[in-house]
Design a protein around this ligand. Structure first.
Ligand SMILES: C[S@@+](CC[C@H](N)C(=O)[O-])C[C@H]1O[C@@H](n2cnc3c(N)ncnc32)[C@H](O)[C@@H]1O
Length: 239
């Protein structure tokens, strides 16, 4: 299939089937599982996923890919193994899937990731821009450690599994990629309030907490960027 890429949809296409197969293997699929694929594009992951004993739902807003995958996988659709939906994943109602996978558009990685965290799932594997992946796993005291690190790590455990060179995509993008895994955590705090607190203190990330919060006590001589997640949660519960 020849389809021109669209910048609006953040389209670059993986050419390397071994990398796609490795991503699928890392999902840890079991027979009968229901997998959600975000942004199948030409379908490099889709074909591999459909060779597994699973049910697959794919979400793709670009009507060209939607139509072409519908034709290519007509039999799988007819048998109920495959379902393709033409919409933005950002408009998809959260629900349960055993696994979520996608080589996602880099221009909307952050909203896609937070949307995924509204779903329930056993495992998720995503290809993202390398720099974005590094922000997700950043350690306190580094410049990548930021609001997104904290808001994702309070809800999930994210790991970088391997890096991927830009050379295996067409068209060749300006950035390298990384494949990450996401496992959700149980959360019992008000996430919107916690984010407000984190946004406030990280807007002054190099100031001491005694100045930002006008308080003296444990951690007050520290700066927001120095605190790990459990220290930030302790501080949040005190304020
Ligand atoms: C980086 S390309 C990857 C395509 C294919 N999965 C691959 O690995 O070659 C991103 C894909 O996500 C689709 N996409 C863009 N915006 C989307 C959205 N809001 N929801 C779901 N898919 C989206 C694009 O049309 C494109 O097919």
């Amino acid at each position: 299939m020849t389809v021109n890429f669209s910048k609006k949809y953040g389209q670059v296409f993986l050419n390397d089937k071994n990398i796609a197969a490795k991503e699928v293997r890392l999902l840890g699929i079991e027979p009968g599982d229901h997998v959600l694929e975000i942004g199948p594009g030409h379908g490099i992951l889709t074909g591999i996923l459909l060779s597994e004993p699973v049910k697959l739902t794919a979400i793709e807003p670009d009507h060209r890919f939607y139509e072409s995958l519908k034709i290519s996988y007509h039999d799988h659709i007819a048998s109920g193994k495959f379902n393709i939906i033409k919409e933005s994943f950002l408009d998809t109602e959260p629900s349960y899937f055993d696994h979520i996978i996608g080589n996602i558009p880099y221009n909307i990685s952050s909203p896609i990731l937070f949307k995924i965290l509204d779903f329930n799932f056993k495992s998720s594997i995503l290809m993202v821009q390398k720099e974005f992946a590094r922000r997700l796993v950043a350690k306190p005291g580094t410049k990548e450690y930021s609001r997104i690190t904290i808001n994702t790590s309070v809800r999930s455990t994210i790991k970088i599994l391997f890096n991927v060179t830009r050379k295996v995509f067409s068209p060749v993008p300006d950035v390298d990629s990384a494949v990450i895994s996401i496992i959700k955590k149980d959360v019992d705090i008000d996430l919107a309030n916690f984010d407000k607190f984190i946004a406030k203190i990280f807007s002054m990330r190099r100031k001491k907490l005694s100045t930002i919060l006008n308080y003296n006590g444990p951690l007050s001589e520290k700066r927001p960027e120095e605190l790990d997640l459990s220290q930030l949660l302790t501080l949040y519960s005190r304020n």
